[in-house]
Design a protein around this ligand. Sequence first.
Ligand code: CMP
Length: 140
Amino acid sequence: MSIQRTFSIIKPDATERNLTGAVNAVIESAGLRIVAQKRLLMSRREAETFYAVHKERPFFGELVDFMTSGPVVVQVLEGENAVMRYRDVMGATNPANAAEGTIRKKFARSIGENSVHGSDSPENAAIEIAQFFSGNEIVG
Ligand code: CMP
């Protein structure tokens, strides 16, 4: 086990319903520390860059529309095995398949409006964190 950082986004469907604190409570209850956090409106360019890996997917346009439709909260989470730990805490991408107690089971509306994003590997976590935070904004 090692202390890792992962990148999280609380998505527009959750900020719209005033669920930032409720999501953060699940994160903190799971033993992850929020070591950086800011609320912002993503530009189309930022969303397209962030999700570039999905640009050939049929849902790409819908994904960019949604992620720029309202405020998001971008975060850096820190803890033991944080990347996989947060993926467990989020639950499956499609809330219909998400386990009880997970963020997506509790809050997500659909596979698109699924309340949170989390990095899928430590390598991608580093890339995603660097897109939104400079080093002195992260305080562990
Ligand atoms: P996320 O973890 O942010 O990474 C890519 C996102 O694409 C994913 O969460 C989903 O919200 C979204 N996504 C995946 N599949 C679909 C789909 N079939 N329709 C709409 N959005 C999707």
